[in-house]
Design a protein around this ligand. Structure first.
Ligand code: GLY
Ligand code: MN
Ligand code: MN
Length: 428
């Protein structure tokens, strides 16, 4: 668990980045209706969570920075016996005062009045530019003399790039549960007739081990379904010679894991599956070995493209030179996505890829990113020899950049062909 001291430090750091005579406001996420009067499970706004660790809706964080003085106020929803009977306990103002190192805690309904009090004497207003219009309106209704409006989210998202030891520990915990889930998937795939059965095996392990949720909807894609990058229907029958692409990771204490393994349904790779899998795996390992401080993600992507192109030419799947198949977008058809992304509170962690001058941000110790090359050959792709059609493979690991180079946080999740086959056959 990340301690209040750490959240307090983050708030201090945020306030240092504000201009003088300014106010910043962050809101908790709104509950989302599923249908009629039922809701999706609540998920806190990531930036609000990063600054508070507080998981209730109807709350807000207010920062005020004047010439000499700074103040941070938290607004929380009141304790109300009837509401608590239906929807569960709230922390309430008094307990929040004890838990949070803020200057004061108020009831959420007091927010409008406080904004009315503070905004007119200030010059700059920070808020999340993606905020709901009703909240922006509330802010701006008092902002006649405001000199500039600034995006508060951008500041926090840049802070989120470098993970603290406590954040790394949460992500490691998420990955350790996800490891068990992928291993169970490898062991039980043979027994599953439909993709959703395998999805259930995986998500059972997530919940059973205390993960609060999946970090994104699990992708369990058998055979040609793996060629739909965001396939989430998971309702098709699994054929015995299919490869199954499983992109699934749990969320633990609001931190994500993001892992893909591609496994044979019947426990054994066919010759063609093996050839393609070996290529993707060798590229994945090579790119991971390049991760270190100072490296650009774009360089990793270029290298992955070159290696995949070379391998696909050697297998007779692409024709021509490496340069040509990349330039003419032939590789793009078989490898259409990026090499990876930041990972953290969000699975695609909402951190910048470019600095404020538009220059790509180089890797730095404390960053966590995924490395996830793939090859996708649709069954209708007539340009590729028939034996390779209908195969989609991605292998994805979660990598921490360190002072010494990098650490693959998910290295214990099996991915060598013989390891996968051995694990599949170990379960009778
Ligand atoms: N699971 C989504 C992704 O790999 O980016
Ligand atoms: Mn990913
Ligand atoms: Mn993924």
């Amino acid at each position: 668990m990340i301690k209040e001291d750490e959240y307090h430090k983050r708030r201090r750091k945020f306030i240092q980045k504000m201009k003088k005579n300014s106010l910043a406001l962050f809101f908790s996420a709104e509950p989302k209706t599923r249908s009629n009067d039922t809701e999706y499970p609540y998920r806190q706004d990531s930036n609000f969570y990063y600054l508070s660790g507080f998981n209730e809706d109807k709350s807000a964080l207010l920062f005020i920075k004047r010439e000499q003085k700074t103040e941070v106020f938290l607004f929380v929803y009141k304790k109300d016996k009837t509401e608590e009977l239906w929807n569960g306990k709230r922390l309430g103002v008094e307990a929040a005062k004890k838990r949070f190192k803020v200057d004061d805690v108020f009831e959420y309904k007091e927010l409008t009045q406080k904004l009315k009090e503070y905004i007119p004497s200030l010059k700059h207003l920070y808020y999340d530019f993606l905020l709901d219009y009703s909240k922006v309106k509330l802010l701006k209704s008092h902002a006649k003399d405001i000199y500039s409006f600034r995006n508060a989210a951008k500041i926090v998202e840049a802070m989120r790039l470098i993970k603290s030891p406590a954040e790394i520990a949460e992500i490691k915990k998420a990955i350790s549960i996800t490891k068990e889930a992928h291993h169970r998937a490898i062991q039980t795939a043979k027994e599953c007739s439909y993709e959703y059965e395998l999805q259930a095996e995986i998500e059972y392990v997530f919940r059973k081990n205390g993960a609060q949720s999946d970090a994104y909807t699990s992708i369990v894609a058998a055979g040609n379904n793996a060629n739909t990058l965001h396939y989430i229907k998971n309702d098709a029958k699994i054929k015995k010679d299919d490869l199954i692409l499983i992109d699934a990771g749990c969320e633990y204490n609001s931190y994500a894991s993001d892992i893909t393994r591609t496994i044979p349904a019947n426990g054994v790779f066919t010759k063609e599956q093996r050839e393609l899998y070996t290529l993707v795996l060798s590229v994945e390992k090579e790119i991971i070995s390049m991760v270190r401080e100072g490296v650009l993600r774009s360089k990793l992507q270029k290298k992955a493209q070159k290696l995949l192109a070379k391998g696909l030419i050697e297998l007779g799947i692409l024709k021509g030179s490496v340069k040509k198949v990349i330039k003419k977008q032939q590789l793009q058809k078989l490898y259409p996505h990026g090499i990876g992304h930041w990972l953290g509170i969000d699975v695609h962690d909402q951190c910048p890829y470019k600095d404020t001058k538009g220059k790509e941000i180089a890797l730095c110790a404390g960053m966590i990113l995924t490395i996830e090359p793939g090859i996708y050959i649709d069954k209708e792709n007539k340009e590729v020899p028939k034996k390779y059609r209908g195969i989609g493979i991605r292998i994805e690991d979660d990598i921490l950049v360190t002072k010494e180079g990098c650490k693959n946080l998910s290295q214990e999740i099996v991915k060598e062909i013989d390891e996968i086959e051995a694990l599949a056959s170990s379960h009778k």
